[in-house]
Design a protein around this ligand. Structure first.
Ligand code: FPP
Length: 251
């Protein structure tokens, strides 16, 4: 993968190290509204264009050998947005899977979700569940939609499940460790998150994967999500590969 040197950028031509591709990349897809506003279009247009980016980035991740990517599609806090925008976002999975399902299947992509899909309208649930079902035997990239998801909520849910097991006498308090806790999380079937990318210049986690991001590398880019693309992803992975990951130890 080659990058052209642009003025004031710290990298020249670089080849991605195929042996150091992040296993799981988490994306906070921010900036759809601002992207649309710049074009004097409604915010929803930005979300619509943002779904194309999901397709492009997913296929590129798959090609690079990334095992999983999780996209923050709707947070538990996003219900505070205007009703019309919320309704629009709930309709996006239909458009997305109608347009790209065939291609995702051909590329062996497996769809999954984390969050409270049961709180979405029935039609949205059906569309997403059928995408999960249609791709359940695929072995390529896991494309995980965080939908009606909140990190604190997930941690509380896991804690309650463990408390119930302790109460039922199935688990001792001293048996609770990171592995046991991890197995109660919605992400239990996904690999460790190595890299988190947030677009649009905002630098916060917004209640996303709070437990899972403990040792992830963070990359914040000013690029707005609809403009994020394969080159931007390569650049982010190159930056990741040039980070010194110590996991709390020394090198
Ligand atoms: C933030 O942009 C982005 C979102 C709230 C996510 C929108 C969701 C999608 C594109 C994915 C939909 C789901 C599927 C299954 C295809 P923003 O509105 O906060 O941007 P702003 O900060 O510029 O206002």
């Amino acid at each position: 993968m080659f990058f052209k040197k642009k003025k004031n950028e710290e990298f020249n031509y670089h080849v991605l190290d195929k042996d150091n591709i992040p296993q799981h990349i988490a994306f906070i897809m921010d900036g759809n509204g601002r992207w649309a506003k710049k074009r004097k279009m409604p915010r929803t247009y930005g979300h619509h264009e943002g779904t194309k980016t999901i397709r492009d980035v997913a296929l590129h991740c798959n090609k690079l050998g990334v095992k999983a990517m999780t996209v923050y599609a709707f947070s538990t806090e996003n219900f505070a947005r205007p009703e019309q925008e919320v309704q629009y976002i709930f309709k996006l999975p239909k458009d997305f899977f109608e347009l790209y399902m065939k291609e995702l299947i051909e590329n062996n992509v497996k769809i999954c979700t984390i969050g409270h899909l049961e709180m979405a309208p029935k039609e949205t649930q059906d569309i997403i569940n059928s995408a999960i079902d249609n791709t359940k035997n695929n072995t390529g990239l896991k494309l995980c939609f965080a939908f009606i998801y909140g990190g604190r909520d997930e941690i509380l849910e896991a804690t309650k499940k463990l408390a119930m097991k302790v109460k039922a006498g199935e688990l001792g308090v001293n048996e609770i460790n990171e592995t046991v806790f991890n197995d109660e999380l919605m992400t239990k079937d996904l690999p460790e998150v190595d890299l988190m990318i947030r677009t649009s210049g905002e630098q916060r986690l917004s209640n996303f994967l709070l437990w899972q991001l403990a040792y992830a590398e963070f990359i914040f880019t000013d690029v707005l999500w609809p403009d994020f693309n394969e080159n931007e992803l390569d650049k982010a992975i190159w930056m990741y590969q040039n980070r010194d990951r110590r996991f709390g130890g020394l090198k």
